[in-house]
Design a protein around this ligand. Structure first.
Ligand code: FAD
Length: 555
């Protein structure tokens, strides 16, 4: 029988093992896991940290015994694979407290995941500095907080794990600060999409430090246990961010040491594989999950994407391939979603910023719409901001970012599906989606984004983006605000004249026919109606994409 050996017993490794068993009753399947748990839900860790998930046991989905009983897989937990001998096709492994031993393999599956990155910050080895990657990491934090009555936490890193942990520890009643190196949190999205997250974080009395460079972690021994706030993160600005405990959540790095020593091809994104997840150096070794380089199927650029869905699907696909199925991994589009207090953010594909910097060859353009999550007249409607990126050349959808209180996950998944089905913005105009007033609108936000993007491509509207409104550009336009006097009174674009949409037709004589018009409203729709009036009257005109709201969100 085929001897299958798996290194790493969580997302990718366990998906592989379970699928392999479903395809072959005769294969011998052994999973080595250096930690104490296998097949656990690491994505739930931030929520169990603060008690949102009330029991830590809820994260442990399977035990070695239950896996043995159901899948007949030999689980070796607390056992680290320390070397690979490719010539003799063996792995060397060591169980805690025992001598190293070796085991033969026919196919080896590396599913080792990624290490929490520990930047070389002075003081980061202090006992109150933690990373958050595994159940033991979480238990260590909980024990420390309980033993030392810790009251404050400084979270270094505003990525999704940092944000989730911040929310969770805030729910425990701790004073939480977030320190982010970049100008905005949740780095994969654009600045304007992150601005509402910043507002939500601050609204919940969490201190947020952006563009904040950490100089040093100052965690004096005498501060331990006093909870007196003398432990802190010192920023290069001189500011001190208090933290009885400090969480270092600044990203992950693929675990490549074992593969490197074994001579497998490695890039800065991880182990290089073909579309069947086989190492390009050795077809009997597969690499899946966080440790593997994958291709972004939109930009065709290599990347490292540390997300659970891809890891699970890659593990399953490797098993299919070993058992003779004709399968190929299609690459990633980077679909993700995150909840931060009362707000949700969803992303698929690269942000506009990275499309412009890394893939200008795709001719990226984007539109912004701000529709309600469901019929505005049905109680409880809340606005969404949806940015849709597409290629000017052919209308291919390149990405989407959505922020709002409700309905984000549904739209981001529709758009992720559309991208993977190679749909264009014209296809979004035709999408038939479920509608009743509590759920959506007859023209769903996804349709709306498709209408606007198609209008742009067909030349029915010309747009200008808020970030392009430099003083020099603004001077070239007569700026017309088609909102109501009340909206105008609350703020307007520099130099704008008020001409409410319903009065615009009667006010055309006031406009200079020789000067280009920049028309705008609050979210873009009345601006578009104004655009159509002006355009048909012979004016040269552009509409402000996303309207004044996009300007005030920092676009
Ligand atoms: P892992 O699931 O990390 O498994 C790798 C295992 O290999 C580890 O248990 C490790 O101990 C073991 N191992 C490593 N080296 C050896 C060795 N030499 N010998 C034996 N064992 C070894 N993704 C999402 O999509 N959504 C989320 O909401 C989300 N939340 C997350 C929250 C947290 C706190 C964390 C840490 C991650 C989260 N992720 C989330 C990411 C997701 O969990 C990972 O992308 C996914 O688990 C990767 O699967 P993997 O199989 O590559 O690695």
């Amino acid at each position: 029988p085929l001897n299958l050996v798996v290194v790493g017993g969580v997302a990718g490794g366990m998906s592989f093992a379970a699928r392999a068993r479903r395809l072959s009753e005769s294969a011998s399947i052994t999973v080595f896991e250096k930690g104490p748990f296998v097949g656990y839900a690491n994505c739930g860790i931030p929520y169990a940290l603060g008690g949102i998930i009330q029991s830590d046991e809820a994260l442990i989905l399977q035990t070695p015994d239950s896996i043995k009983a159901r899948y007949n897989v030999d689980i070796r937990h607390s056992t680290e694979v320390i070397a690979i001998d490719r010539e003799n096709k063996t792995v060397e492994y060591k169980t805690q407290g025992q001598e190293a031993k070796s085991m033969k393999y026919d196919k080896l599956i590396l599913a080792q995941g990624a290490d929490a990155f520990r930047p070389p910050i002075s003081g980061s080895n202090a006992p109150n500095v933690f990373t958050l990657q595994t159940i033991p990491d979480m238990t260590a934090i909980k024990s420390y907080v309980a033993a030392h009555c810790s009251k404050s936490v400084a979270v270094i890193g505003g990525g999704f794990i940092g944000l989730e942990a911040a929310e969770s520890l805030h729910a425990l009643g701790m004073k939480v600060s977030i320190v982010e190196y970049m100008p905005h949190v949740f780095p994969p999205v654009d600045q304007d999409i992150a601005e509402p997250i910043h507002a939500e974080i601050r609204r919940n009395n969490v201190d947020l430090h952006l563009n904040a460079r950490v100089k040093e972690i100052v965690a004096p021994i005498e501060a331990e246990g006093t909870g007196n706030g003398s432990s802190h993160v010192l920023l290069e600005s001189g500011e001190k961010v208090p933290g009885d405990i400090i969480l270092l959540v600044v990203g992950v790095r693929p675990r490549i040491t074992l593969a490197k020593t074994a001579g497998l091809e490695i890039s800065r994104f991880g182990i290089v594989t073909n579309a069947q997840m086989q190492s390009t150096t050795d077809p009997d070794i597969y690499a899946v999950g966080d440790m593997a380089e994958t291709t972004n199927s939109i930009t065709l650029l290599p990347q490292n994407l540390a997300l659970a869905g891809p890891a699970n699907r890659q593990g399953r696909l490797a098993a299919d391939h070993i058992f003779g199925r004709d399968v190929s991994y299609r690459g990633n589009v980077g679909t993700s979603v995150c909840q931060i207090f009362g707000i949700n953010v969803g992303l698929v594909g690269p942000s506009i910023t990275s499309l412009h910097s890394q893939s200008p060859n795709l001719d990226p353009e984007y539109v912004t719409v701000h529709p309600p999550n469901h019929a505005a007249y049905y109680p409880g409607a809340t606005p969404l901001t949806l940015k849709l990126a597409f290629s000017k050349r052919n209308g291919n959808i390149l990405g989407a970012q959505i922020i709002g209180k409700a309905g984000v996950d549904k739209r981001i998944d529709v758009l992720a599906t559309a991208i993977q089905a190679r749909m264009t913005v014209y296809d979004l105009e035709h999408l038939e989606l479920a509608y009743a007033p509590p759920f959506g609108s007859a023209k769903d936000p996804v349709n709306m984004a498709g209408f606007v993007a198609s209008n742009v491509l067909r030349g029915d509207t010309e747009i200008i983006h808020p970030e392009d409104l430099t003083p020099e550009i603004l001077d070239q336009y007569q700026v017309i605000d088609v909102r109501s006097p009340g909206e105008f009174a609350r703020g307007y674009v520099r130099g704008a004249k008020l001409a409410p949409l319903n009065e615009l037709r009667g006010r055309l004589g006031d406009l200079d026919r020789e000067k280009k018009v920049l028309v705008y409203c609050q979210v873009g729709y009345r601006g578009y109606l104004g655009y159509r009036i002006l355009k048909q009257e012979g004016f040269k005109v552009v509409n402000l994409d996303g309207g004044f709201k996009a300007v005030s969100q920092g676009g």
